[in-house]
Ligand binder design. Structure first.
Ligand SMILES: Cc1cc2nc3c(=O)[nH]c(=O)nc-3n(C[C@H](O)[C@H](O)[C@H](O)COP(=O)(O)OP(=O)(O)OC[C@H]3O[C@@H](n4cnc5c(N)ncnc54)[C@H](O)[C@@H]3O)c2cc1C
Length: 464
């Protein structure tokens, strides 16, 4: 490949860091869902902030678009390269630079894999509370750029809440060094929030100062069967009251999800699919037996009060992991539907039952064999939906989008709770954000990236 941008990049950061043509591995073209992008002009693998800065400055000058990639586990097609783009793969910036045990903070490069950070903190008695099914591949930079939520938001908040400071590089190569590891820093406008959750359209996150927590010595996990959604809401209220701040997860599975999970499951079944709803609950506390006893007593009382119909409490870490598997296998469970589209919406908990019922009705009206699977972080007001499209269904995926997002808008929800907009949902951004809000977003984009170098066509629909 000879292209002025390739020559300039190689001259600036070396040949080995700039891959072209046959040296570009397939993985840079694919995402975790198996979607495929187009061949990029080049894949750049920087090893430092300086190399990110030089790469962006060159691409910006020459009018070449850049798509940052972390672990490519994002679910909204944002990392798939389009023709003529340069991929900026952050995988070599994977150093945990410093763990401050006294302060409970860490400085990490953006390409650190989430699981690697969890593992590195364990011997220090510390933890990074963000956790999600893609932990083995996703990167901290990707987590922060998507403001990932995950399994323990109910206790610790979103990725945004774990960031003390960050270093980011603007499209023209300017480095913004905001890597201060302070909890309190009201020194002017807090710029880090511009880069958290903005999906790489405003800058490339290169290094982060993260807030850590003391590693919870024990996690109690249980799986509950319930008869109706009123009981699900009652259980959430009950556990919040009884476990106070110790409730770390409240994941709800509608029956159809659990039934399909059982078709994939090997080994003993946690409980039969005789209930309408299933809730995976977790409480993380100190290591004493008293906290496990308190957890079990709270569940016992929930059974006595008629809230929970059946419950299985994990007796070991292995059993806890087995229970968590049914939630972590959401993508595989969705695949049992065949062709389908996925949604990730926020709703008031009070509206969730009606939402799921209306969607099931809508699916059957569109096609007798169309099904919806509903599950998610209900304790955070976040549901995921997999909506199937049988091969002979006349309506398109966009028609399904219109049904789901129409209902979300009517219920005052939000189009994306945690996965973001990317390229998949940009047509639906305006469904739950106002024109004034979108114009303010575009104004920030124009200011920080006037040549539209970073992740063009992501979040914002192209203007004709
Ligand atoms: C099994 C599974 C479970 C998941 N569960 C959850 C969940 O519970 N909660 C949740 O919120 N999400 C979940 N996700 C999706 C989630 O968005 C990603 O897993 C993760 O946060 C993205 O990290 P990544 O490194 O793979 O980013 P990528 O997919 O590589 O990138 C995502 C976006 O961030 C941009 N980006 C990446 N790195 C940088 C950087 N350094 N600077 C600027 N921009 C960058 C990309 O351009 C893209 O727009 C799940 C995904 C999978 C596969």
């Amino acid at each position: 490949m000879t292209h002025p941008v390739v020559d300039a990049l190689r001259a600036a950061i070396g040949r080995a860091a700039v891959l072209v043509d046959g040296d570009i591995d397939e993985r840079f073209l694919l995402d975790v869902l198996g979607n495929r992008g187009e061949a990029p002009l080049a894949v750049v693998r920087p090893a430092s902030t300086d190399e990110v800065s030089k790469t962006l400055a060159i691409c910006n000058d020459l009018g070449v678009a850049v798509v940052p990639q972390g672990g490519r586990t994002g679910l909204v097609r944002a990392t798939l390269p389009q023709r003529g783009e340069v991929v900026l793969a952050m995988e070599r910036m994977n150093r945990i630079e410093h763990i401050d045990v006294d302060a409970g903070t860490a400085i990490v490069q953006a390409g650190v894999v989430l699981q690697a950070l969890h593992d590195a903190l364990e011997p220090h008695g510390l933890a990074f509370p963000l956790d999600l099914g893609g932990r083995g591949s996703c990167t901290i930079g990707g987590n922060i750029s998507t403001n990932a939520g995950g399994n323990r938001v109910i206790r610790y908040g979103m990725a945004r809440d774990q960031v003390l400071g960050l270093e980011a590089v603007l499209a023209d190569g300017t480095v913004l060094d905001g890597l201060k590891p302070f909890i309190k820093n009201n020194t002017g406008i807090d710029l880090k929030h511009l880069f958290i959750g903005s999906e790489g359209v405003l800058g490339v996150v290169t290094r982060l100062a993260l807030r850590l927590i003391p590693r919870p010595a024990a996690a109690s996990v249980a799986f509950c069967g319930l008869s109706d959604f009123a009981a699900v809401r009652a259980l959430l209220r009950h556990l919040r009251a009884r476990l106070s701040g110790d409730l770390t997860a409240f994941e709800v599975l509608w029956k159809d999800y659990y039934t399909r999970y059982l078709t994939l499951h090997q080994g003993a079944v946690p409980m039969p699919d005789a209930h309408e709803f299933y809730v995976l609950v977790e409480s993380s506390t100190g290591d004493d037996e008293a906290s496990q006893a308190r957890f079990e007593q709270a569940l016992h009382d929930a059974i006595d009060e008629g809230i929970v119909a059946d419950a299985v409490v994990a007796k070991s870490g292995v059993e806890s992991n087995t229970l968590w598997t049914m939630r972590d296998m959401a993508l595989e469970v969705g695949m049992t539907l065949g062709s389908h589209c996925g949604f990730d919406v926020s709703l008031r908990i009070a509206d969730m039952d009606a939402f799921a019922n209306e969607l099931a009705d809508a699916a059957r009206k569109l096609h007798p064999d169309s099904r919806v699977l509903v599950y998610g972080h209900a304790g955070d007001g976040n549901l995921h939906v997999a909506f199937s499209r049988p091969p002979d269904m006349q309506q398109t995926f966009e028609d399904i989008n219109a049904v789901v997002y129409g209902l979300v808008a009517r219920l005052g929800g939000s189009t994306s709770a945690e996965h973001g907009i990317g390229m998949s949902r940009r047509a639906w951004l305006g469904h739950t954000r106002t024109p004034a809000e979108i114009e303010a977003m575009r104004a920030i984009k124009r200011t920080l990236d006037p040549r539209n170098t970073l992740n063009p066509d992501r979040i914002f629909a192209r203007r004709d």
